[in-house]
Design a protein. Structure first.
Length: 94
């Protein structure tokens, strides 16, 4: 079953869907399928400079997978990930 952060009781939809060009980390409409199984569906959120983000969840829910996406270790099926306004492959080289 694909993860939808908007269904979480811990997520404020107004904050989770905020898309800012000055975000340190920005995920836009991320979809990820691995082995034919959809892992993420329409995941979007921004982390502003200086903002603190904690990723919580039970074992196997996709926390490490999210970090792998942000770290450019795996590519999303669709959507866009930006780190300091650039694709992770460029941002982590600096």
């Amino acid at each position: 079953m694909a993860m939808n952060v908007m269904n979480s009781p811990f997520v404020d939809p107004a904050i989770a869907t905020r898309k800012g060009t000055n975000a340190s980390i920005d995920l836009r409409d991320i979809r990820l399928a691995l082995g034919g199984i959809e892992i993420y569906a329409d995941v979007s959120f921004s982390v502003a400079p200086g903002e603190f983000l904690c990723i919580l969840g039970p074992s196997g829910c996709g926390k490490s997978t999210l970090l792998r996406l942000i770290g450019d270790l795996i590519k999303p099926t669709s959507g866009e990930i930006l780190v300091e306004g650039r694709p992770p492959s460029e941002a982590w080289e600096k």
